[in-house]
Design a protein around this ligand. Structure first.
Ligand code: ZN
Length: 118
């Protein structure tokens, strides 16, 4: 007893799975340019007011950039001349930069310190 319906259903399911996989939004990190699932990246936004904000919800309006959890990427974007600022075409003070860096590290739970819990 063959069951063409079952085969068809299986094919459809496989198709759907593939479709869903392709639908996972992907973005590239502004620093290393590697492509990641959007959920693995943190969105940073330049708001219409010209402020740079960390946007964990991904829903803030403004020009967005994505950064991955690699500490090197974060360091690169947020130290010295701050490439992040030029990527977003925004002016950020070193104070703001430190704050943003802190928020990013907090988001990715990166501890640069001695590994002690605070
Ligand atoms: Zn990166």
């Amino acid at each position: 007893m063959s069951s063409p319906e079952k085969t068809l259903l299986r094919q459809l399911t496989a198709k759907n799975r593939k479709y869903n996989m392709r639908k996972t939004p992907q973005r590239s990190c502004i620093s290393c340019r590697n492509v990641f699932d959007k959920k693995d990246l943190l969105r940073i936004v330049r708001t219409p007011e010209g402020e740079v904000e960390v946007d964990p919800t991904g829903k803030m309006s403004g020009r967005g950039a994505y950064i991955c959890s690699n500490p090197e990427c974060i360091k690169k974007q947020l130290s010295g001349k701050s490439r992040l600022a030029s990527n977003l075409n925004a002016n950020i003070t070193s104070e703001q930069r430190d704050e943003i860096k802190m928020k990013i590290e907090e988001y990715f739970r990166i501890s640069e310190g001695d590994g002690k819990e605070h």
